[in-house]
Each structure stands twice: as structure tokens, then as C-alpha cells.
Write a protein that binds this ligand. Sequence first.
Ligand SMILES: CCCCCCCCCCCC(=O)SCCNC(=O)CCNC(=O)[C@H](O)C(C)(C)COP(=O)(O)OP(=O)(O)OC[C@H]1O[C@@H](n2cnc3c(N)ncnc32)[C@H](O)[C@@H]1OP(=O)(O)O
Length: 214
Amino acid sequence: MDDEAIVLAAPLVRTDPHRPDTETWLGRPVPEGYTDMIDQVRELLDRLAGAAPSAEVVRSTTKTVAELSAALAAYEVDEPDQLSGRLGSAAGRAQVAGPALHVDEVDDERMTGRVRFGRHFLGSNGVVHGGAIPYLFDDLLGRLALGGGRPRSRTAYLHVDYRSVAPIDTELRVAAFFDREEGRKHFLRGTLHDGDRLCAEATALFVALNPGQT
Ligand SMILES: CCCCCCCCCCCC(=O)SCCNC(=O)CCNC(=O)[C@H](O)C(C)(C)COP(=O)(O)OP(=O)(O)OC[C@H]1O[C@@H](n2cnc3c(N)ncnc32)[C@H](O)[C@@H]1OP(=O)(O)O
């Protein structure tokens, strides 16, 4: 039985204490509609990637986007107060640099979820750009590396094997596994499937940071 079969046979439970609720952030409520805004930006990026607009639409879109940037600039905060990328239970941690990863089940050793790469992540021929897949694995494995009360760690290496093409606009399955620990070294691996077909798999080393190490 392979790892995927084990995951399917033994549903996990949501036990990870490191996943902040989307309802709060740093003990404060997340602004109402924040994740909807992020979803709309994802939609915008997909539409942008797929559009060959007229000059008139280019002009009006440029103006509108510049106005939106100015509106957000008025609310710029320092890194500790940033929301994007910090909302553990929001799709893709509310970080549009990566795809909308939905974590379904997680425990200290395993994590499973779903991901859909939109048009924004297209390489060619309907297939996800090869550079987007390591991002997905770094994020997925990095999150599991933090589980189980483990200390903060950083990716030392991430090895990705592309086994078959990953289509865009398709719900794909992801799984992550905490393999073993050797002192500060944490070894993890992950898989990306389209149905039963393995698209990519990754192995990674995360090194736990020493106290005071930034
Ligand atoms: C909701 C919020 C959620 C938040 C969820 C967030 C999820 C996202 C997570 C993203 C994580 C990232 O992308 S982090 C960003 C990308 N990564 C980086 O920028 C890391 C840059 N590199 C470093 O900072 C450093 O090299 C470290 C920290 C990795 C290691 O440096 P160090 O602390 O000085 O430790 P060092 O002695 O060198 O190494 C410790 C042990 O690891 C081994 N080691 C170190 N590097 C390697 C390597 N590449 N390949 C093999 N082995 C290695 C060493 O041989 C040694 O083994 P031995 O002699 O002990 O046997």
C-alpha cells in the first residue's frame, strides 16, 4: 500500500495547534471580507493572464488597478502586522504568490489537501508552470514542518521530481509526510496527484533554527 492509499484509508483529524483561525489574527478579528478580497485578486490574476484586451480596456484597467494600489498603500503595515500569508486556514494562506491550497486534514506527521492552479500559473499547453510546483511544495512541507510543536525551521533543500504534467483549472490532491528527524534536521516529502496520476513528488530538508537565529 503506498502513502496515498494510507491517507485515504485513515482519515486524519484537524489537530494542528499551529493553524491560526481565519477569524482572528494576532488576537484581532480579521477584517470582514478579507479572504473574499484575496479571492478576487486571484481571479484578477487569472483573467489578466488569459486576456488580450483592447487598448481602451488596457487604459481603464491600468487606471483602476493604480487606484486600488493607492488605496491599499494607505494601509501599509510592517511585516509583523501583515495579513497576507499569515492566515493558516485561508486558501493558500491568503498569499497570492502561490495557488489556493486548501488543507483538508492534518496531524503532526501528515497533511492532505486540494489545490487548483488557475490560468495565472499556466506554463504552456494547459499545464502548470514548473516553477509554481516547488512553491506549492515549499509551502505545504513548510507548514507541516512547523506542526507537532516543532520549532521554526527553514528550507535547506527542496528536490522536486516532475512525474507527469499537472493541468491548470483542475482540482489536484496534495499530501505531505513528516519522514524523520535527525537533530535539527527534519526530512519531509510530498506528492501532487491528478486523480490517481502522480504529477510530482518532493523531498525536502528543513533545518530547525537555533534559539535567537533569525
Ligand atoms: C500560518 C502561518 C504558517 C506559516 C507557514 C510557512 C510555510 C512556508 C515555509 C517556507 C520556508 C522557506 O521557504 S524558508 C526560505 C528558504 N530557505 C532559506 O532561505 C534558507 C537559507 N539557508 C539557511 O538559512 C541556512 O543554511 C540553514 C538555516 C538552512 C542552515 O544553517 P545553519 O543553521 O547554520 O545550520 P548548518 O550547521 O549549516 O546545518 C545544520 C545541518 O543541516 C545540514 N544541511 C544544511 N543545509 C543543507 C543542504 N542544503 N543539504 C544537506 N544538508 C544540509 C548540515 O550539513 C548540518 O548537518 P549536520 O552536520 O548537523 O548533520
